[in-house]
Ligand binder design. Structure first.
Ligand SMILES: Cc1cc2nc3c(=O)[nH]c(=O)nc-3n(C[C@H](O)[C@H](O)[C@H](O)COP(=O)(O)OP(=O)(O)OC[C@H]3O[C@@H](n4cnc5c(N)ncnc54)[C@H](O)[C@@H]3O)c2cc1C
Length: 408
């Protein structure tokens, strides 16, 4: 698909917009506002734009999801009500059209997730920045926002300032698109939360989302299985069950199925100080079938061979069973079958927040009107991951960041 030439600058409306944070939420806001004739200036703390977006591109850039919109909307949980009107206006179909308009073809993967054909973010980001340039947007890099001064001006720390390392700016409207609280080295350090709270704006503390968890594995399991996938498997915590695969790490568990159930697991841990994940290692067989197969004489076969031959369980699943199952259970086919169908894995805690793919928490919904404007600070809007919503992986995070910006 040929890349389209940048949109020509629209008729100015005589108003100015300042956008702080040049991640996907801020860039989309810039495109929208410039398209409406605002003179847009972006301020970004890092030396370049969209660093987390580029990092997301390393795993293919899952930009949205192809499932029907009703199912799609359920992924936003309690934030659905607030996001839905906007997701309906700018949802998966519009995101794919928007990519196409930038010359980026997308495809639907086997899981229904949508990716750019190139499976990376850099061509899209390049085309996007070119479009913004064509729309007349200016970007000031290395401008780190530190809050507002008494005159209500935004204050930035910047090496570009010839005087005291600080500069100020004002605009008719301000968009804060400062990101969540993970992967600080990519720019979103979450320090804006203190600034807003000092202004009397309520924020919900950050929590890791789409994160791994720690398990006290024995050295034996780590030596044998660290880095190995467990699949297929279903994972259950409370009332949520997820099918897929995950990876055993030196510190615990990570990977797509763990991320999918991570909010439930995290909340159980936060509420009770402990959390348990229940695995079904033979998700395509009934308990009766597993019991009957295990009851067959194993002759001279080791238990590992018996599990492999009778149930097709690989060495990693077998090691997991040995890791958490008492010896007497191993010798009782009925008890062993129950263990295989519901293997309890005790979680000690989530991995540190900085490692999480995203964060829950952020600017509380009650502080925002339906256009994402801060009620206590008219003319200032908050967009993207810095607002208190969360969603699983699957393209829902970026979709949520893009959607919010249609409001501005
Ligand atoms: C490894 C990884 C893989 C991911 N993969 C996917 C995926 O495939 N699909 C998906 O949907 N999502 C994915 N995500 C999540 C997605 O990248 C984020 O949800 C999204 O980037 C959030 O966009 P945002 O614009 O709100 O914030 P960010 O992308 O974090 O951008 C915020 C910007 O604000 C700047 N900033 C912060 N504070 C200041 C300040 N005080 N002054 C000036 N500038 C500031 C930051 O430098 C940054 O550029 C992934 C995340 C990670 C870490």
């Amino acid at each position: 698909m040929p890349e389209q030439s940048p949109t020509s600058a629209p008729t100015p409306n005589g108003k100015t917009a300042m956008i702080i944070g040049a991640g996907p939420a801020g860039l989309m806001a810039a495109e929208r506002l410039a398209g409406e004739g605002y003179a847009v200036t972006l301020y970004e703390g890092m030396p370049s734009a969209g660093r987390k977006f580029l990092m997301a591109g390393k795993s293919g850039l899952n930009i949205t999801h192809s499932e029907d919109l009703e199912t799609f909307l359920t992924r936003y949980g309690t934030a659905r009500e607030r996001l839905e009107p906007h997701l309906r206006k700018f949802g998966p179909a519009q995101i794919r059209d928007w990519c196409a308009g930038l010359g980026i073809e997308t495809f639907v993967g086997s899981s229904g997730r949508v990716f750019p054909t190139a499976m990376k973010a850099s061509p899209l980001l390049r085309a996007w920045l070119k479009r913004l340039d064509g729309l007349g947007c200016k970007i000031h890099y290395r401008h780190y926002w530190t809050g507002w001064n008494d005159a209500g001006q935004a204050v930035f720390k910047t090496p570009d300032s010839p005087t005291n390392g600080e500069t100020t700016a004002t605009a008719d409207i301000t968009i804060l698109a400062l990101g969540g609280g993970s992967w600080k080295r990519l720019g979103s350090d979450g320090k804006w939360m203190d600034i807003l709270q000092n202004e009397g704006i309520k924020c919900t503390p950050f929590k890791p989302a789409n994160c791994g968890f720690e398990v006290n594995w024995t050295d034996h399991l780590i030596d044998k299985c660290a880095g190995q996938p467990v699949k297929p498997v279903t994972l259950t915590c409370r009332t949520q069950t997820v099918r897929g695969e995950f990876v055993i790490s030196k510190t615990g568990i990570e990977g797509s199925a763990v991320y999918a159930i991570s909010a439930t697991l995290r909340d159980q841990w936060l509420e009770t100080g402990t959390a348990t994940l229940t695995l079904d290692l033979a998700p395509d067989r009934t308990l009766e079938d597993v019991t009957a197969r295990l009851a067959k004489p194993r002759g001279k076969n080791s238990m590992g061979n018996h599990l492999r031959k009778s149930l097709g369980l690989d060495a990693t699943k077998t090691a997991l069973i040995f890791e958490v199952t008492p010896r007497e259970t191993l010798n009782d086919p009925a008890k062993l079958a129950t263990a295989i169908k519901s293997l309890p894995i005790k979680i000690t805690k989530p991995r540190p927040i900085d490692e999480a793919i995203s964060t829950a928490g952020g600017v509380a919904w009650e502080e925002l009107d339906e256009t994402f404007q801060l009620i206590k600070r008219p003319g200032t809007y908050c967009l993207g991951e810095m607002v208190d919503w969360e969603a699983p992986t699957g393209g829902y995070l970026l979709s949520g960041c893009f959607v919010s910006s249609t409001l501005a």
